[in-house]
Design a protein around this ligand. Structure first.
Ligand code: ADP
Length: 247
C-alpha cells in the first residue's frame, strides 16, 4: 500500500535520516523502536510531509494513488495531497486549548476539507464515542486528563478519514496510570484494520499489536521483522543492546 524509498533528511550539517526504505501493507501495524535521536520522529514527520526530505520517494497505491519525489523541485505541489493521506497523533496532543473536545475533532474536516458541518458533527460524536469520551464532548482540554486529551487527539486524527494513522510516542507524556487507556484505544483501531505506524517505547504493545517492528539507529533501519522473531532473536548488536536496555 505504501512504499518508501531512500529518504534522506538533514538538519543543517546533521544527517538525521540516511536512506530509509520501508513497505507498509494495508492493515499493518508498524512499530518503530530505537534510541533517542535515531530519527524516528523525523521519519514519521516525513511520512506526512511535516518535514520535507531532500531526497527519496513516498508512494501510496490505494484510493487516489500518489508518488511524491522529494528531489523534484516542484515537490511542494504534492505536499497537501500527501498530508491528507495520514492523520498524526502527537506526543503533546496539540489540541486547540480554546476549543471543546468536539470542536477539536470537527476542525480538520470543516476547515481543511470544507465538509458539511452537520455531517461532520455526527461523525465527530461517533468518533468521540469510539474513543470512550461520549460524556466529555463539550469539555475543554484543560478539563480533561492527559489520557483523555490524547484520545481526543486520536479522534481528531481519525476525523479526516486518513488512509494511514501515525502515532509519535503517544503515551510518553502521560502519567503511568493513564497509558493503558490510550494503548487500548490504539489496540482497538489495530483490530479494526487501520494501517498504523507507531513510534513508541512500549515493548509490550509492540509484542501484542505490531505486525512489523522496525529498529532505527543513527538515521537508518538496522533491523526489521515480526515482533516474535525480532525480540527472540535480534541479529544486530544495536538491536540487542537497545532491547536489553528496555527490559
Ligand atoms: P528520535 O525521534 O529517534 O528521538 P528525532 O527524529 O527526534 O529522533 O531527532 C533526530 C535528530 O534530529 C536529533 O539529533 C535532533 O536533534 C535532530 N532534529 C530533529 N528535529 C530537528 C529540527 N527541527 N531542527 C534541527 N535538528 C532537528
Amino acid at each position: 500500500m505504501i512504499k518508501v524509498r531512500n529518504i534522506h533528511k538533514t538538519f543543517g550539517e546533521n544527517p538525521v535520516l540516511r536512506g530509509i526504505d520501508l513497505d507498509i501493507e494495508k492493515g499493518q501495524v508498524v512499530v518503530i523502536l530505537g534510541p533517542s535521536g535515531s530519527g524516528k520522529t523525523t521519519f514519521l514527520r516525513c511520512l506526512n510531509a511535516l518535514e520535507l526530505p531532500e531526497q527519496g520517494t513516498i508512494e501510496f497505491h490505494r484510493d487516489n494513488p500518489i508518488k511524491v519525489d522529494f528531489s523534484d523541485r516542484s515537490v511542494r505541489k504534492s505536499i497537501l495531497p500527501l498530508r491528507r493521506k495520514s492523520g498524526m497523533v502527537f506526543q503533546q496532543y496539540n489540541l486547540f486549548p480554546h476549543k471543546t473536545a468536539l470542536e477539536n475533532v470537527m476542525e480538520g474536516p470543516i476547515q481543511v476539507q470544507k465538509r458539511d458541518p452537520k455531517q461532520v458533527r455526527e461523525e465527530a460524536l461517533a468518533l468521540l464515542r469510539k474513543v470512550g469520551l461520549a460524556d466529555k464532548v463539550d469539555l475543554y482540554p484543560y478539563q480533561l486528563s492527559g489520557g483523555q486529551q490524547q484520545r481526543v487527539g486520536i479522534a481528531r486524527a481519525l476525523a479526516i478519514q486518513p488512509e494511514l494513522m501515525l502515532f509519535d510516542e503517544p503515551t510518553s507524556a502521560l502519567d503511568p496510570e493513564l497509558v493503558q487507556d490510550v494503548l487500548n484505544t490504539m489496540k482497538a483501531l489495530a483490530n479494526e484494520g487501520w494501517t498504523m505506524v507507531v513510534v513508541t517505547h512500549e515493548i509490550k504493545f509492540a509484542l501484542e499489536v505490531a505486525d512489523l517492528v522496525v529498529v532505527m539507529d543513527g538515521g537508518v533501519i538496522v533491523e526489521q521483522g515480526s515482533p516474535q522473531s525480532l525480540f527472540a532473536h535480534p541479529k544486530h548488536e544495536r538491536t540487542k543492546a537497545f532491547l536489553h536496555q528496555l527490559r
